[in-house]
Every structure is written in C-alpha cells, then in structure tokens.
Design a protein. Structure first.
Length: 63
C-alpha cells in the first residue's frame, strides 16, 4: 500500500511517472486541483471478490 509522502496515511493520488503519493487531504491542500493527479487504487480495489454464499460460487452441489 502506498503512503502519503507528507502524513504517511494511505495514498489516494500520485504524480504521473513519479514516486510521490498523496492522501486526499494533502493533495487538496497542496495542489490547485486534484484533477491533475492520478488516482491510485485503494487496498481493496481490484481485489478478488469473495462469494457471499456457496451458490454465488457455484458450489451449491457440494454442501
């Protein structure tokens, strides 16, 4: 997980082609617009989805 270079909380933005990462609050304080920054994935974005029930996983026949 990337951390903000200012306050060390989980980062939400980065500067393109840079290793500088910023949380939402620090990005808003230090840049005119966060639209110029790249939004990065959170810790659970893109994570595999866990089925909520056996039928969701196609495993109903096994129970």
């Amino acid at each position: 997980m990337k951390k903000c270079i200012i306050c060390s909380v989980p980062a939400a933005f980065s500067i393109k082609d840079s290793s500088d990462f910023y949380c939402q609050e620090c990005a808003e304080e230090n840049f005119d617009s966060v639209e110029y920054l790249q939004k990065i994935e959170g810790p659970y974005d893109g994570a595999p989805k866990i089925p909520l029930s056996p039928s969701d996983a196609g495993q109903a026949d096994l129970i």
